[in-house]
Design a protein around this ligand. Structure first.
Ligand SMILES: *Cc1c(COP(=O)(O)O)cnc(C)c1O
Length: 402
């Protein structure tokens, strides 16, 4: 017999979303799931038949379409085809997977690494493998959704500390000093704000209170550190992070996620992480592309330099115009609008003038801090950034933000 109440609940959800979206579309304020039909280099895209400057890319190093990476992917297809024989634990592991994992381990200064089918799955699989009921996880309030979902899946108790507030983290660690298993998880660079975690203090606190530390580097690989190796290089640290997690879908122009750490940690994950043992292996082309991308980051260090210069130029110019770019220190540049409507209007005004950037509103960010989020890459030329800045100036004046 059907439970009519739950069917009605589902119908309500479905209809509610349809209503919301059609209203946004009617107001020309629907910016999501837009099909991109052409990608020109890493800074221009064609959307709805119109060429636009791309300022919503996670491809920070500008590697999308890099000839060496494309060649590696094509070669892998020629050698192995497009899939594997199944999950990694059984018949799915290729030498390519092991080579990729060795490359990641070396890049991150870890003993070993393991890859998963996405960054999202990596967080779910790693967290739910390391902790369970009765264990405690401490997260930054602005940590990525996949970290929270991992804690829910694990059934662990989750406490969140105020964003980048080390005194609050210490207070929570102190209060829970008696707990046997404590895992602290932070983003290295926060995806909605572009600021950097105080890693030296986080590590010191984890040592003092005997907590395990996991860091999500989705937005710091290729971005932070003199050679793009990430957050430890940025701070000149060599150890202290137990689980070095990242994605292969942003700076690395592929798909997948990884966790790097000690041999024994990776050994545990390889045999007990459910997102690994019950889910198919990365396709050969994507594994080969990811591996080549790590090599390119090290072989073309000018990309890291250019990204940093571009980020500074873009952010400083926006500030001079009167925009509030919050605490951003990286390639992620939020433009604070406050009210949702203002963020939508600014995005519309930018898009009408040919700049592809997107709005972020609650619940992705705290209520009243709606923003346009722009991202800069090493693939932008100075003249493309200048052109985008002109658009931001005109758009900001039109909507009355500057
Ligand atoms: C994007 C992102 C993920 C998820 O990675 P995918 O490879 O896209 O699944 C995890 N953590 C953070 C901080 C991210 O920004």
């Amino acid at each position: 017999m059907q439970n009519t109440e739950s069917v009605d609940g589902i119908a309500q959800r479905i209809n509610g979303m349809a209503l919301r979206i059609s209203k946004m579309q009617a107001d020309e304020l629907y910016f999501y799931n837009m099909p991109i039909t052409e990608i020109h280099g890493s800074a221009e895209v064609v959307v709805n038949g119109r060429k636009m400057l791309m300022f919503a890319s996670y491809g920070y190093s500008g590697l999308l379409g890099h000839p060496r990476i494309n060649a590696a992917a094509k070669d892998a297809i020629d050698r192995y085809g497009t899939g594997t024989h199944g999950v990694r634990l059984l018949a799915g592991t290729l030498d390519l997977h092991r080579e990729l994992e060795a490359t990641i381990a070396k890049f991150k200064g870890a003993d070993d690494a393991i890859t998963f089918s996405s960054g999202y799955v990596t967080n779910l699989a790693v967290i739910s493998c390391l902790v369970g009921r009765h264990d405690l996880v401490l997260c930054d309030k602005f940590d990525h959704a996949s970290i929270l979902d991992g804690c829910v899946l694990a059934g662990a108790e989750l406490k969140r500390f105020r964003h980048n507030d080390m005194a609050h983290l210490e207070a929570l660690l102190q209060k829970n000093a008696h707990r046997a298993t404590k895992l602290v998880i932070v983003d290295s660079v926060f995806s909605m704000d572009g600021d950097i975690i105080d890693l030296p203090t986080t590590i010191a606190l984890c040592r003092k209170y005997h907590a395990y530390l996991m860091v999500d580097e989705a937005h710091s690989i290729g971005v932070l550190g003199a050679t793009g190796r990430g957050i430890e290089e940025h701070f000149g640290l060599h150890d202290g992070v137990d689980v070095k997690m990242g994605t292969l879908s942003k700076t690395i122009p592929s798909v997948g996620g990884y966790a790097a750490g000690s041999c024994t940690l990776v050994n545990l994950l390889r045999h007990a992480a459910r997102g690994f043992i019950f889910s198919a292996a990365l396709p050969p082309a994507q594994a080969a592309a990811a591996r080549a991308a790590f090599d390119v980051i090290l072989d073309e260090p000018e990309r890291v330099v250019r990204l940093r210069e571009n980020s500074i130029m873009f952010r400083d110019s926006l500030k001079r115009m009167g925009y509030d770019t919050m605490q951003s220190e990286t390639a992620i540049v939020p433009v604070l609008c406050g009210a949702d409507d203002l963020a939508y209007s600014l995005v519309r005004a930018c898009q009408q003038r040919g700049v592809f950037a997107l709005p972020v509103v609650a619940p992705a960010v705290p209520e009243g801090t709606a923003r346009l989020r722009a991202t800069v890459t090493a693939g932008h030329s100075k003249s493309q950034i200048e052109a985008a800045l002109e658009v931001f100036e005109a758009a900001g004046k039109e909507v009355g933000l500057i």
